[in-house]
Structures are given as structure tokens and as C-alpha cells.
Design a binder for this molecule. Structure first.
Ligand SMILES: *Cc1c(COP(=O)(O)O)cnc(C)c1O
Length: 396
């Protein structure tokens, strides 16, 4: 799904994505896989394009195919069609019969979170005369999906009776890896997971183990295990920004840049108000630029009177309410702003670039949500890693 009714530019720097992957790769031991988490259309960055870029690293990264994690089987199938040969984990597992079909057809590895999901999958594999690798999700404290300790005997029994299904990975997910103060809970989860995996090994099912997300891998190198699942760091956001562990996430490059055109520039005299509800009144004579972006483009109305944009290299704060397709900014101190120029809502140039963390703070959310929503706009791909990409601009 792509928003196509506006004039926004969402520019994805695939070289930055590759640089982030390489940096993350260098932070974990060779024995640990760096699993690229590309669910939700690669956090709004474009699933196929990001995979295309990461695949170009294969030769340089020691020849091992990159391993991916997607949400749904449909996304997994799309990755296969784009030429991905490495393992693809389905984080949302199997939720309907079509998922099963796609898993078997494309050799996807579903992350199963209930023992009852194993037998139907085995039966389906038997019918088509194939076998299927699975991952087992353990709930160690997130309390979302997954098996608990008590399920392990049943799990082992079921796996033993279903030779067409092979458990190859064990997965758990950390609830507090990005908050240094919550370190004790991370260690608690790690202990539970180690115990789960040991029990699985003890009943004869040797699996690889993965626990860490971006914050987990950057904050706890000792928990890299056999694989780390990196999402947000791959897209250049530091999960520790603003915490005492900020340095651990330094050096990543923001991949997404979003620009909106200037539609009009005009004076706003002292005492005049602007936009719906008259929430901003000019305290002095000002100049404002009206930009072609609004909440219909995923740029939240909650940013009204809060966010800034970068225009001609300088910061311009939003004045008044964000409308459906337009937003006004104060350009009083920025001579030369004209219709047809572009302002950066996210990213930009030099020191004054808008970081995802800043935008998320104004928004009252996290970088993940800002990327997912703004990334629904039409994207253009830039960088050497974009070479050979069918579509430099996607429109579905
Ligand atoms: C989304 C997700 C990740 C990636 O998390 P980041 O914080 O973006 O690195 C890892 N594992 C699972 C199970 C996820 O759902």
C-alpha cells in the first residue's frame, strides 16, 4: 500500500542501509547470524528494495546468504520472488491455511508459538511430500506469543512424532532491552530462555537460539547467541538515544529522508492567527511557508505547534495546526524560501538535519512508528545499492 495522493518525497538511501548492516555485522561474533528484520515493509523502507540492497552485500560479507525476518508468509513469498535464497523467519507464524501453503511452497521458516500448530503443518507437508523447518517461540517475559516451560514436554513429544517438521531455531523477544535501568529483567529473560533451549536440546532437538533485537545486540553483546534480529538499528535509529547507553548505538546512518514542497510563502503580521482553531497567533511580524504535507500523509496532527522542519539548511518550527494535506512553518529568519523548494520533515543535511528520534519525541511516539507511517508515502531509492533495482520508485 502506498499513499499516492500527495507531493511528498520519501527518499531511501540504500547505501546507508548497507553501511548499517556492515556496522552491526562487525559488532557480533562471526558465529552469530545478523538477521535483517524487514517486517512491515521493512519498517516503511520498502521490503524488496531493502532486500535487494542487502543481497548485494553477500559476496562482501563472507558469502553467507543474509537471513531475514518478515511478519507474514506473503512478505516471505515476496522476498523469494525478489531472489532471496537465505532463511526467512516468519515472525507472525502461521495464522491461516494460506500461510501454510506459502511456507511449504517457498521454504519459509514459521516461528510457531503453540504446540498445536505443529501437527497441521506436518500433515500439510506430508500431502505435498515435503518437509519444513520451523522456529519455536518461547515467551520469557513479553507475555505476547510463545510457549512456556510447561509446554516443553508436549513440544518434544509432538516433534518426535512429526519427522517432516524440524525445529531449527528457538526464538524469544526482550521486553526492555532499550532501557538500561531494566537490565535485571533482560537477564531474567535470558536465564529463562537458556533454560528453555537447554531442555529442547536435552530432548534431542538441537536448535539455534536468538534473543536479541537491535537494543539487545547493541547493549548485551554476550546475548548475541546464534543470531541477532536487527530492525530499527538497520534503519539507522539509535535505540539508546537519550539514555546512559547512547554511545552503544552510535555510528548508524538514518536511511529515510522525507521532503515536502513549499506551496506558498506569505507574511503573517503580528496579532494574526494561522490555521484551524487559531492555535497560533504571531507574536511579531513573521514570514510563513505553507508546505504540502499533513496528517493524510502520515504526518500526525499531534505535531501541531511542536515539530520542526529543515528548509534551506535551517530549522523552521510548525506554526498552528497540521491540516490534512498542508502544514505551515515559520521561516522568518530564513531568507530566500520560495514555492517549489522542498523542506525536510525527516532527515536533511548537516547538523540541522531532523533526526528520527527528534521527530518521534515531538510526535510523542518512537522512531519505529514515524518510519512505518511516513514510509507509506511513495518512495524513491538512491545509492549504489539501488543499482539493478527494477523500480527506483515504487508504485503498487
Ligand atoms: C520487530 C522484531 C524485532 C526487531 O526489533 P528492533 O527493536 O527493531 O531491532 C526482533 N524480533 C522480533 C520478534 C520482532 O518482532
Amino acid at each position: 500500500m502506498t499513499i499516492e495522493y500527495n507531493h511528498l518525497r520519501c527518499i531511501i538511501d540504500l547505501d546507508a542501509l548497507c553501511d548499517n548492516y556492515t556496522l552491526l555485522r562487525s559488532r557480533v561474533p562471526e558465529t552469530s547470524q545478523v538477521i535483517a528484520v524487514v517486517k512491515a515493509d521493512a519498517y516503511g523502507h520498502g521490503l524488496e528494495a531493502c532486500a535487494h540492497a542487502l543481497e548485494s552485500l553477500q559476496g562482501k560479507e563472507g558469502g553467507e546468504p543474509v537471513m531475514y525476518a518478515v511478519g507474514t508468509a506473503e512478505e516471505g513469498a515476496n522476498l523469494r520472488r525478489a531472489g532471496v535464497t537465505g532463511r526467512i523467519l516468519l515472525l507472525l507464524g502461521i495464522q491461516n491455511p494460506e500461510d501454510t501453503t506459502l511456507c511449504l511452497e517457498h521454504g519459509l521458516t514459521p516461528v510457531l508459538s503453540r504446540v498445536a500448530q505443529i501437527s497441521p503443518l506436518a500433515a500439510a507437508a506430508e500431502i505435498v511430500g515435503t518437509s519444513v523447518d520451523i522456529a519455536i517461540k518461547f515467551d520469557t517475559g513479553m507475555a505476547r506469543l510463545g510457549l512456556t516451560d510447561a509446554d516443553i514436554p508436549d513440544l518434544c513429544k509432538t516433534l518426535d512424532s512429526r519427522p517432516r517438521v524440524e525445529a531449527v531455531w528457538a526464538v524469544t523477544h526482550l521486553a526492555t532491552a532499550d532501557a538500561p535501568d531494566d537490565e535485571p529483567f533482560v537477564r531474567e529473560q535470558a536465564e529463562r530462555f537458556a533454560d528453555n533451549v537447554a531442555k529442547l536440546h536435552a530432548c534431542g532437538h538441537k536448535v539455534y537460539a536468538t534473543m536479541a533485537n537491535s537494543a539487545g545486540m547493541l547493549g548485551y553483546p554476550e546475548f548475541a547467541l546464534d543470531g541477532v534480529r536487527v530492525g530499527i538499528a538497520l534503519y539507522g535509529a539509535n535505540p539508546f538515544l537519550g539514555t546512559s547507553w547512547e554511545e552503544k548505538g552510535a555510528g548508524l546512518k538514518q536511511v529515510m529522508r522525507v521532503e515536502a514542497p513549499v506551496y506558498q510563502v506569505h507574511a503573517l503580521k503580528r496579532g494574526e492567527s494561522i490555521s484551524y482553531g487559531r492555535t497560533f497567533t504571531a507574536p511579531k511580524d513573521m514570514t510563513v511557508a505553507v508546505l504540502g504535507v499533513g496528517y493524510a500523509d502520515g504526518y500526525s496532527r499531534g505535531l501541531s505547534n511542536k515539530a520542526q522542519v529543515q528548509i534551506l539548511g535551517k530549522r523552521a518550527p510548525i506554526v498552528g495546526r497540521v491540516c490534512m494535506q498542508m502544514t505551515a512553518v515559520d521561516v522568518t529568519g530564513i531568507p530566500g524560501v520560495e514555492p517549489g523548494q522542498y523542506a525536510c520533515l525527516l532527515g536533511g543535511d548537516g547538523e540541522q538535519a531532523i533526526t528520527a528520534e527528534e521527530l518521534a519525541a515531538w510526535w510523542g511516539t518512537i522512531t519505529y512508528e514515524a518510519f512505518c507511517l511516513l514510509g507509506m508515502n511513495r518512495r524513491t531509492y538512491v545509492g549504489k545499492a539501488a543499482q539493478g533495482l527494477d523500480m527506483h520508485q515504487d508504485s503498487y
